[in-house]
Design a protein around this ligand. Structure first.
Ligand SMILES: Cc1cc2nc3c(=O)[nH]c(=O)nc-3n(C[C@H](O)[C@H](O)[C@H](O)COP(=O)(O)OP(=O)(O)OC[C@H]3O[C@@H](n4cnc5c(N)ncnc54)[C@H](O)[C@@H]3O)c2cc1C
Length: 391
């Protein structure tokens, strides 16, 4: 048994590292436990898109589900400011570039959907505008003739996923947080004045509060703390092309197909946007320890969508394709807050938690510290799923 800490954070992705930093900055004693290495999972494998518009997956099922997804817009508004100041805050380069993002439409139906989406976003306070094809190509000449219109959000862009969690974790350590990598949480028990967390080496660590920031594993870790939450693991596909001269200046997404594109400072074009990868199963259950299987149909579909919108990428050789796992919540909104029937256990997961990661982390850290929220976060409260846990 080690000395108790104020907070034990489970998971060393962007969320866990960022929560550890914000708590340590407020003077809390923090132990962060990661079963692998920092940034090895979704936070280091993602596309690095900073997308503040409603994503394709949020609008593909019509305006009503888009309206529901727009309930997360206060988080998007906070995140666009948070990223703008993050490099200065952490004192290091994170590859943040917010040169704007287009969500393109190639059919009249997609143009109509974009119009509804932009109206919804503007009503929620996001700066977006609907541009016709000529204006879009004037601003982004690399976009092809099939683009009829696009929604433009000037604050969108990219950051480098290889750097962000590490920058947060390093900053947390500088402030006194302790990290334990290659240490998996194996059991969680409620004890007097807090929690006892057992690691896979048998060591037991006491904490007044715990934070579950375990990405796709968050539902399983919540079960260790005695709570059922609807966290679904999802497998996704990413592709990087070989380096090429500067071509794509913005983030590019699509209103009618799964697509996100951007170019790194090194010149690689990153292509993703939600194409599935197949999760493995073991004994009938999803096996979270195996990397999702690449689906050639996803790769082909993703490349076709990319080349249709940006013809200049059609000739670029593919350098690397990979898969990763992320977490979605049943109602598309994130889970941020105290876990139902587990006082002192907090969780943050779900949705685009790279873009929204710094914001989720600040919101959650404030809750752990008992500080009032900077804006209304009640819609993301895990207690909305409290009825799933009976005792
Ligand atoms: C291919 C892909 C592309 C994506 N693109 C984007 C994008 O462009 N923009 C965007 O906003 N979002 C994107 N996402 C989503 C985004 O990456 C995730 O939402 C975000 O990284 C989640 O961060 P996290 O810290 O919650 O999870 P993770 O980064 O997965 O970290 C969770 C950590 O918890 C650890 N852990 C799990 N169980 C235990 C345990 N029992 N004990 C100790 N540690 C444990 C894991 O090892 C892991 O390191 C993408 C995701 C994928 C997979």
């Amino acid at each position: 048994m080690t000395n108790p800490v104020d907070t034990l954070v489970i998971g060393g992705g962007l969320l866990g590292s960022a929560v550890a930093y914000y708590l340590a900055r407020a003077g809390s004693s923090v132990l962060l436990v990661e079963k692998d290495q920092i940034n090895r999972q979704a936070s280091g494998q993602n596309a690095g898109s900073l997308h503040f518009q409603l994503e394709y997956r949020m609008i593909e099922n019509g305006i009503e589900s888009a309206r529901k997804a727009a309930e997360a817009m206060p988080l998007h508004l906070h995140a666009q400011q948070a990223w703008a100041g993050l490099e200065a805050e952490l004192g290091t380069s994170l590859g943040v570039a917010q040169h704007g993002g287009f969500m393109v439409a190639e059919t009249p139906q997609q143009v109509e959907r974009l119009g509804q989406k932009v109206a919804l976003e503007q009503a929620s306070g996001l700066v977006t505008s609907l541009l016709d094809g000529d204006e879009v190509r004037r601003r982004a000449p690399y976009l092809g003739p099939s683009v009829l219109a696009a929604a433009f959000c000037p604050s969108e862009g990219k950051a480098d996923p290889r750097r962000c969690s590490l920058a947060y974790a390093n900053a947390a350590v500088r402030l006194g947080a302790r990290l334990r990598t290659t240490s998996a949480v194996a059991a969680i028990a409620r004890v007097a004045n807090g929690w006892a967390v057992t690691l896979d080496d048998g060591s037991v660590h006491r904490a007044a509060t715990i934070v579950i920031a375990a990405g796709a594993w968050s539902g399983r870790v919540a079960q260790m703390a005695g709570t059922v939450l609807p966290v679904s693991p999802v497998g996704l596909t990413m592709t990087a092309t070989a380096r090429s001269p500067s071509l794509i200046k913005h983030l590019v997404q699509h209103a009618g197909r799964r697509l996100s594109m951007k170019q790194t400072v090194e010149g690689n074009v990153l292509i993703g946007g939600g194409w599935p990868a197949r999760l493995h199963h073991e004994g009938g259950l999803i096996d979270l320890e195996r990397k999702p299987e690449l689906l050639l149909t996803s790769l082909a579909g993703n490349m076709a969508a990319a080349a249709a919108v940006v013809p200049g990428v059609a000739h670029l050789p593919v350098l690397r394709v990979w898969t990763g796992m992320t977490a979605l919540i049943a109602d598309q909104l994130p889970l941020i807050g105290e876990v139902p029937r587990a006082p002192g256990a907090f969780i943050a997961t779900g949705g685009s938690a790279f873009t929204l990661g710094p914001t989720y982390a600040r919101v959650l850290a404030d809750q752990v510290l008992g500080k009032p929220a900077a804006f209304d976060v009640s819609r993301y409260d895990p207690k909305r799923f409290g009825s799933l846990t009976f005792a």
